[in-house]
Design a protein around this ligand. Structure first.
Ligand SMILES: NC(=O)C1=CN([C@@H]2O[C@H](COP(=O)(O)OP(=O)(O)OC[C@H]3O[C@@H](n4cnc5c(N)ncnc54)[C@H](O)[C@@H]3O)[C@@H](O)[C@H]2O)C=CC1
Ligand SMILES: O=C(O)C1=N[C@H](C(=O)O)C[C@H](O)C1
Length: 273
């Protein structure tokens, strides 16, 4: 490896490593551990305690890694956040089925200590779908009924999906459905959920008037789509300044922390247009 270009190696811990998403992330990091930003090489290695479910210990995952990725189950979230408070490390929460409002105090404390990304959908296509839907909402939202349909594999535990809930939240916020001046009352965007076969993930937003309809569908064929966004998120957390700037001097890289500052973030911050 060209030493001049080499930057740093980071160890990655995965919570939920034996699950569908965990395995996909491990497969990506086994094939492709070196990522280049500008002329710097960033090596992401799987940490020592990422895999064995029998020896699984969240405290150990945090102690032995530089950045933690969670794709597990909402039942672990309390413990994960308690662990962050004692051992703050950059964290990506991909797990869905929980409401950030139920954890607001803990999230506030933890995100004062370390950067945390909450991302119910890490695929770039989903980000684009939300972006376009919000634009559409500002054009025809006032005149149309909006509904969201989501379809996932039969083993998915939560319903509605985290992505559908986030689409509903952001569309309702955009359209100010809670605003007394609006002719729409609150909670007007219904979500229909279907669990069937091995569908990886599908979200449709319909804008329907009396005479016409616009439909925006995002369909994931392969979980690699989610993994792509996970890797971008890891690089963003660990090397944010490098990620966005074109002209970092060697001094800045060697002498100054270039990671994201503590705070609560979303995938929108990572994929910023
Ligand atoms: N943000 C995103 O883009 C995506 C989010 N997800 C979400 O990620 C989560 C995981 O999804 P999958 O990998 O499909 O699920 P999965 O069921 O295949 O895997 C879950 C993993 O978590 C572990 N786990 C669950 N409960 C646990 C506990 N109490 N203690 C220790 N380990 C535990 C399991 O052992 C397994 O390794 C779900 O909440 C899902 O909705 C899934 C795909 C994409
Ligand atoms: O459980 C899944 O599989 C998925 N979960 C996420 C969600 O709940 O939105 C994202 C994706 O659609 C797949």
């Amino acid at each position: 490896m060209n030493k001049k270009n080499f930057y740093k190696s980071y160890s990655i811990g995965i919570i939920g490593a034996t699950g569908k998403m965990g395995k996909e992330i491990i497969s990506e990091l086994n094939i492709n551990s070196t990522y280049t930003i500008l002329d710097k090489q960033i090596i992401l290695t799987l940490g020592p305690s990422y895999s064995s479910s029998s020896k699984f210990n969240i405290k150990e995952v945090f102690e032995s890694n530089d950045c933690i990725i969670d794709f597990s189950n909402k039942s672990l979230l309390n413990l994960i956040l308690d662990t962050v408070e004692n051992n703050p490390k950059p964290l990506i929460i991909g797990t869905t089925g929980w409401d950030p409002n139920d954890f607001s105090d803990k999230l506030k404390r933890c995100s004062n200590l370390t950067p945390i990304i909450i991302a119910p959908n890490t695929s770039i296509g989903s980000f684009a779908q939300k972006f376009i839907s919000l634009q559409l909402a500002s054009i025809i939202g006032e005149y149309s009924d909006i509904d969201i349909l989501e379809r996932h594999h039969r083993n998915k535990k939560d319903s509605p999906s985290g992505t559908a809930l986030e689409l509903k939240r952001s569309l309702e916020e955009k359209l100010k459905y809670n605003n007394k001046n609006s002719n729409k009352s609150s909670n007007l965007i219904p979500i229909l959920s279907c669990r069937s076969g091995s569908i990886v993930g599908e979200h449709t937003i319909n804008f329907t008037t009396d005479n016409e309809m616009i439909t925006i569908t995002h369909r994931v064929f392969d979980r690699k789509a989610f993994v792509q966004g996970v890797i971008k998120s890891v690089l963003w957390l660990l090397c944010k300044e490098l990620y966005f700037q074109n002209n970092l001097s060697e001094n800045c890289i060697d002498g100054v922390s270039i990671s994201a500052t503590p705070g609560l973030y979303t995938i929108d911050n990572v994929l910023e247009l």
